[in-house]
Design a protein around this ligand. Structure first.
Ligand code: GLC
Ligand code: CA
Length: 560
């Protein structure tokens, strides 16, 4: 397999609003990030993915952009950005920007023009349709609740917004839109950035017939089949690749809701005609259900293994995986799949990290994951800031579909705000995030879980992540080896092997709070094994071992 830096890198995602506030207004900012680059250097990551820092009215925290070439006032200035970029590069850290081009803000000048009249030169930058029998053009629902169409009086037509009404979808069929996007991307590349994480990029090409979708539980139609991996998406990405991406040395990752293995092999083919890798969602959707993600179900380990293993084996030598448990849209993995109680918090955080980081693909760490940050004990709707969570509460509770008590419990399990509370730097006021009043509550567990304490303690989750990152640099097998799942039906153990040029890696993870027996699989012999990392003191491998609760161990077997 061809070796490239982005296959060998570890990426760290920063959600700037919640990372570090440098001026006491309660909102994280670019200077705050610059201040903390040394911390990230110490962790050992290679690349930062920066969630959007562009000008935005913040209906969806920056994912609604009103100026792609300006910095959000709350986050600082373009000079602050340049300083951050230069300092990151000095430290050998690359910066990947969030590219949000499925939609803009309704306050973007293109949309302000577009809605003015049917013959405005920007009209076709967006998707406008006539109503049908006095109603919306079709039955699609928006991701954030309600119809995906909004009526606009000025021209008596509807515009499409797959997300909030303040996020109108761009019309990618329009060549001028595509040119404008490529020019803007080129401008950032000229500035020296190192790649793009492409927001909902699998949704940019819609079925031109705009048919009604299959009715869902909420009374709206499912747009999925007409939007995900649409008819021209690969054509657009190949064009983008020719026009911009191929001219620079970039890391590109597409957020691809609804992506299948077959589609991923096209988006992220090793021939690099489109993107380097995709974010798939199958493993994150395993605890979904009838009412979308709003429930308190747990992910079933057997299903999780099946799903992740499918991606591991079916992209092998064809495309490239990204590896993630967390991002700004997901609850904290430690509360979701691990155990956030005091006894096993750190142990299970290390186990989850090992399970992910030993797979094939480029690992992503979301801010605070390296400290074992947990979900948040929100107690009322007022504690939430996220548009999706607030809208969902109203939609499900007011329809009588979910009781207020249940919905509050579901929000605590699944709300995106679980990932968005401030980074916990130390045990001082507001976890050291801000001198002022934070824009969203701080998780009250910060006196116990914070970076300062973890940096000072060799056995911390932070130092464990540091070691995982280092191991990836020391052993090519972790990056390039092939993957085989063992014990697929075991409900508690996730065990897999990696292999490269006769060398073998054995990764053992106990996902349960019980001790479990484990026998070395065929082809492994205790004498030949070196222990690379683990979360308990276990001096050597044995043919039969009793694994402790949430124990993980990685053994390397040399080729001879
Ligand atoms: C992506 C982002 C999410 C945002 C949505 C609309 O899924 O990750 O935060 O709300 O796109 O831009
Ligand atoms: Ca600030």
């Amino acid at each position: 397999m061809k070796k490239t830096w982005w296959k060998e890198s570890v990426v760290y995602q920063i959600y700037p609003r919640s990372f570090k506030d440098s001026n006491g207004d309660g909102i994280g900012d670019l200077n705050g990030i610059t201040e903390k680059l040394d911390y990230l250097k110490e962790l050992g990551i290679d690349v930062i993915w920066l969630s959007p820092v562009y000008e935005s009215p913040n209906d969806d925290n920056g994912y609604d952009i009103s100026n792609y070439q300006g910095i959000m006032k709350e986050f600082g200035t373009m000079e602050d950005f340049d300083r951050m970029l230069a300092r990151a590069h000095e430290l050998g850290i690359r910066i990947v920007m969030d590219l949000v081009v499925n939609h803009t803000s309704d306050e973007h000048p293109w949309f302000v023009e577009s809605r003015k009249s049917k013959d405005n030169p920007y009209r076709d930058y967006y998707i406008w349709k006539e109503g049908k029998d006095g109603r919306e053009p079709n039955n699609w629902s928006s991701c954030f609740g309600g119809s995906a169409w909004k009526y606009d009086e000025a021209t008596d037509m509807y515009f499409l917004h797959l997300f909030s009404p303040k996020q109108p979808d761009l019309n990618w069929e329009n060549e001028r839109v595509r040119r404008a996007v490529y020019e803007m991307m080129d401008w950032w590349c000229q500035k020296g950035i190192d790649g793009f994480r492409m927001d909902v990029i699998s949704m940019i090409s819609k079925d031109p017939a705009y048919p009604d979708g299959e009715l869902k539980e909420n009374g709206y139609g499912d747009y999925g089949p007409y939007v995900y991996n649409g008819p021209r998406v690969h054509e657009y990405l190949q064009e983008m690749n020719r026009e911009v991406l191929s001219r620079y040395d970039l890391l590109t990752v597409g957020e691809c809701a609804g992506v299948t293995v077959e589609e991923a092999r096209r988006y992220a083919n090793l021939d690099s005609r489109e993107l380097n890798m995709v974010f798939q969602f199958e493993h994150m959707n395993l605890d979904g259900g009838e009412t979308f993600k709003w429930n308190d179900r747990k992910i079933d380990l057997v299903e999780l293994k099946q799903t992740l293993s499918k991606w591991q084996t079916q992209l092998h030598e064809k495309a490239w995986n990204s590896l993630y448990w967390c991002n700004h849209d997901q609850p904290r993995i430690l509360s979701r799949l691990g155990n956030d109680g005091d006894a096993y918090r750190e142990i299970s955080a290390k186990m989850l990290a090992t399970c992910l980081h030993m797979m094939q693909g480029t690992p992503y760490i979301y801010q605070g994951e390296e400290l074992g940050m947990t979900n948040v004990p929100f107690s009322s709707l007022e504690d939430f800031r996220d548009i999706e969570s607030i809208n969902a509460y109203h939609e499900y509770v007011e329809r009588g579909r979910i009781t207020p008590e249940d919905m509050m419990r579901y929000l605590c399990c699944k709300s995106r705000d679980n990932a968005r509370t401030p980074m916990q730097w130390n045990d001082e006021k507001n976890a050291g995030f801000t001198e002022g009043a934070p824009w969203i509550m701080v998780n009250p567990n910060y006196p116990k879980i914070n970076a300062k304490e973890q940096l000072s303690r060799e056995t911390s989750v932070f130092h464990y992540y540091q070691k995982l990152i280092r191991l990836r640099k020391e052993h090519e097998i972790i990056v390039y080896g092939n993957y085989t799942l063992l014990l697929p039906e075991d409900p508690a153990l996730y065990v897999y092997t990696r292999e490269l040029d006769g060398e073998k890696l054995l990764v053992v993870c106990n996902f349960s709070d019980q001790a479990k027996d484990f026998s070395l699989p065929e082809g492994f012999s205790p004498r030949k094994l070196t222990r690379l990392i683990g979360n308990y003191d276990r001096p050597a491998a044995e043919v039969r071992m009793e694994l402790s609760p949430y124990e993980t161990i990685v053994f390397l077997q040399a080729s001879k």
